[in-house]
Each structure stands twice: as structure tokens, then as C-alpha cells.
Ligand binder design. Structure first.
Ligand code: SF4
Ligand code: SF4
Length: 429
């Protein structure tokens, strides 16, 4: 069980992550009222603003609601105090990403733009060095009379490297996600049947961002969805069909058309997002953290260089095709290494997982309420006794009774715990 300690350092941290107006909030609740995604039972973002003012770090890091927000900006638009709850939720997500990451890399990258730029440049140079070490820049390999991509860099070398890289990134993203799940479950142990039943929520979120569709600005959902289809298509093509794509000369197949679709979708929508951030007309793009720019620039350049490689290949311009290919990978690889497990792109795993875990916890509470799952206090989110088991089982109940659950603050009474006092206080908002 987490202890709740106010943290001034956390409040200072949040300023670095982009939230510097939260102290202006006077708890009017306009934001929670206008938010199209805020549920009636457990609304946000007002409670997060309050918790942040109190410096309740542990509670905020464990809060799945920060991921329910899709940053439409309505709350910030209507906030009478200019406290900017939308950007505050965004800053909380950035901060949460650094806390889920057990390596500490994310924290360094988010807190210093120089670290982020340095990491991108270092990984990019490593890619160029690997090309050089493989002998790709020698005259024998750089055939100039025609485009010979397979001679310049054998396709199976690239393919194997893709799989090695994907395995590494999956390892970090998965372990960080497990850490996040442990934080959010906060000691409670929902039954496995509930996990299975709520898998539909996970799938709906991961595949079509189902919650976001309730937003009053469907256009944004549509744009994001097309962007997602773009990079998912590209991922599938690169991981499973690379030998059919990295060919010489003009060839138009279904796979190559899918590749064009993916590249243009990424190029168009990342460009569109950059223009919107530059103009600052839409509320959600008025404030940009350095990491937002870095992500969009890398995504845009990856798509642009990928299209150029293909254009040079079709035009049979050998040298430009080879060099652009090296540049393409020297941008794409660092983007994946930095963004997928440690920065903004990690939201592709964290958001669906947070929404899923919230659904799991809610259903567990419903079952407890209906008496179909005999709950001991901790499972309801209220800790009434030290060591009270999260979910009822005869064995855990016996242990709990024997070792003082009833003597302390168990279901039969006793002084409420510190956590209970915190909960009660925060809920009297
Ligand atoms: S963030 Fe703004 S709208 Fe929300 S409770 Fe605070 S003052 Fe009110
Ligand atoms: S930005 Fe939009 S989704 Fe997020 S809390 Fe504000 S109103 Fe709700």
C-alpha cells in the first residue's frame, strides 16, 4: 500500500514537465463539468488539480484518469482562472512516464532537451557507424551504374537488425508497463476472471481509441486514427515484408502501395500537427514541451526520407538512394529507441493499459458491491487495517483475523488509517 506524502519537489518537477499554472486553480469544477470524457462518478481533472496543489505525488502517479484525458483543451478554454488543466494533465502524463520507467533514462530525456538531442544524435551516429563497419561505403558495395540496394546493404542484415531492435524496445516498454500496472493496482488483486472479461476494453482502446470517440472534436480522433493506421502499417511491413519492399527499380505491388499509404499518412498528419503547434490556434497546441517538437520532427523526417529513398530508387539515382537510406535509418532508429519505451510514443501502451486497469478495478468494486466478491477493505480503495488482504479468500481472511485485523481497524471498526483520512478529505472537494 502506498503512503501518501505531500511532495514539494514533485510540484517543482511538474513545472519542468510543462505545468506552471496549477496553483491558480480555485476548485470551481468548471473543468470537470465541461470535460466530454470525464465520468460522472469519478470526475477529472479538478481532483488532479487539487492533488497537485497538495503535492500528492503518489496518488497522481497511480491515477489512471490522467490517461483518460485526450487533451481536447475544453477545460483550459473554460477555466476562469487560466489554470490550464488540460496542459496540467499533459504534464502529469509526461511526469508519470518518467516514474513508470525503471531505468531512469526517461527522466533524463524529459528533463533536459540536451540529453534528448544528445541521445538522438548518438544513436544516429551509431547507425552510420554500423553501415561503415559493414563495408557499405566501399566502392565495391556502392554500385553507381544502377540502384543495387541489396548490394549496398543486404536486406537480411537490415531485417535481422529490425527484429533485434524491436525485441529490445518491447522489453523496455513491457517492463515499464508492468511497473505502471503495479503502481496503479496499488496492492489490490482483482480476480483473473475480471481481467479476462475486461480485455475487450483493452482491445477497443488499443485498436481504435474508443474512449476518444466520445470527444466533441471527432476530427482530431479521425486524424490521430489515420496516423496510427500509418505507423501500424509501416511497422507490419518493415517487420514482416521487408524483403519484398527493399527491391531495385520500379515495382508496384499491393505491399508497395500500402507502404506509400503509411508514409504519406505519417508525413501529412505529423506535418499538420507541427503547423498547428506553430500557429497555437487550437487550445491543445498552444503549449508545447520540447519533447512534443522532437517527436513530431523525427516522425516527419522519417517519413520524408523514406519517401525520398523510394523516389531515388524509382528514378534509378543510385548514390542519392544509398545516402538517403542511411540518413533515413539514422533518423528512424533513434526516434524509435528514444520515443517508444522512454518518451511520448510510450502512450501507445500506457493509455490503453490505464483505461483497462481502471475498468478492471471498477468491475471488481461492482462485484464486491453486489456481494459476488467478498471484499475486505483494501479492495475498495479504502484501507481500514494494516495488512488487510486485497480480495477475499478463506486463507487470507483467516490470516488477517488471526494477526490482528479485527483488533486494529478492520471492518468491525477501529480508527481509520491515514490513507482513509486522505481519501475522505480529498473527496470533500
Ligand atoms: S482548473 Fe480552472 S476550471 Fe478547473 S477547478 Fe480549477 S479553476 Fe476551476
Ligand atoms: S483536455 Fe479535454 S479530455 Fe482532458 S481533461 Fe480537459 S476537457 Fe477533459
Amino acid at each position: 500500500m502506498a503512503s501518501i506524502k505531500p511532495s514539494l519537489e514533485f510540484k517543482r518537477d511538474l513545472v519542468e514537465f510543462g505545468a506552471n499554472t496549477f496553483n491558480q486553480c480555485f476548485q470551481c469544477a468548471t473543468c470537470s463539468t465541461v470535460c466530454p470524457l470525464s465520468p460522472e462518478k469519478d470526475p477529472f481533472p479538478r481532483k488532479e488539480m487539487l492533488w497537485l496543489q497538495w503535492g500528492l505525488k503518489d496518488r497522481l502517479i497511480r491515477d489512471p484518469d490522467i490517461w483518460l484525458c485526450h487533451y481536447c483543451g475544453q477545460c483550459s478554454q473554460h477555466c476562469p482562472r487560466g489554470a490550464n488543466p488540460g496542459e496540467t494533465m499533459m504534464a502529469l502524463r509526461r511526469c508519470a512516464i518518467t516514474r513508470y520507467d525503471w531505468t531512469g533514462i526517461s527522466r533524463r530525456l524529459y528533463r533536459s532537451v540536451w540529453w534528448e538531442v544528445g541521445a538522438v544524435v548518438a544513436v544516429g551516429l551509431l547507425v552510420v557507424a554500423l553501415f561503415a563497419l559493414s563495408g557499405a561505403f566501399t566502392p565495391a558495395r556502392m554500385v553507381t551504374t544502377r540502384v543495387a540496394m541489396g548490394t549496398f546493404i543486404p536486406v537480411h542484415w537490415v531485417h535481422i537488425s529490425d527484429w533485434v531492435l524491436a525485441s529490445l524496445l518491447t522489453f523496455f516498454l513491457l517492463t515499464n508497463s508492468l511497473h505502471m500496472a503495479r503502481l496503479m493496482l496499488d496492492g489490490s488483486k482483482p480476480p483473473w476472471s475480471v481481467y479476462v472479461r475486461q480485455l475487450k476494453v483493452l482491445l477497443a482502446q488499443a485498436l481504435v481509441q474508443a474512449k476518444w470517440r466520445n470527444c466533441e472534436k471527432p476530427n482530431r480522433w479521425r486524424k490521430h486514427f489515420i496516423l496510427v493506421t500509418g505507423y501500424v502499417t509501416m511497422f507490419v511491413l518493415v517487420m514482416f515484408f521487408l524483403p519484398w519492399l527493399q527491391v531495385n527499380g520500379p515495382r508496384f505491388t499491393l505491399l508497395s502501395w500500402l507502404g506509400y499509404y503509411a508514409a504519406f499518412a505519417i508525413l501529412y498528419y505529423s506535418g499538420d500537427a507541427m503547423i498547428s503547434r506553430w500557429r497555437k490556434r487550437e487550445e491543445m497546441h498552444r503549449f508545447s514541451h520540447a519533447s512534443d517538437w522532437m517527436f513530431l520532427i523525427l516522425l516527419f523526417l522519417t517519413a520524408l526520407t523514406g519517401i525520398l529513398v523510394n523516389a531515388f530508387r524509382l528514378l534509378d539515382l543510385a548514390l542519392p538512394a544509398y545516402l538517403t537510406y542511411v540518413i533515413h535509418l539514422a533518423i528512424a532508429v533513434p526516434m524509435l529507441v528514444v520515443e517508444v519505451p522512454f518518451m511520448k510514443w510510450a502512450h501507445l501502451a500506457y493509455r490503453p493499459l490505464a483505461i483497462y486497469l481502471k475498468a478492471v478495478k471498477e468491475q471488481t468494486r461492482e462485484l464486491e458491491g453486489a456481494g459476488r466478491l467478498r471484499a475486505l477493505p483494501m479492495a475498495t480503495g479504502i484501507s481500514a487495517g494494516i495488512g488487510a488482504p486485497a480480495v477475499y479468500s478463506p486463507r487470507s481472511a483467516r490470516w488477517w483475523i488471526r494477526f490482528g485485523g479485527l483488533a486494529g481497524g478492520g471492518p468491525s471498526g477501529g480508527a481509520p488509517s491515514r490513507r482513509f483520512q486522505d481519501e475522505s478529505h480529498a473527496n470533500q472537494r
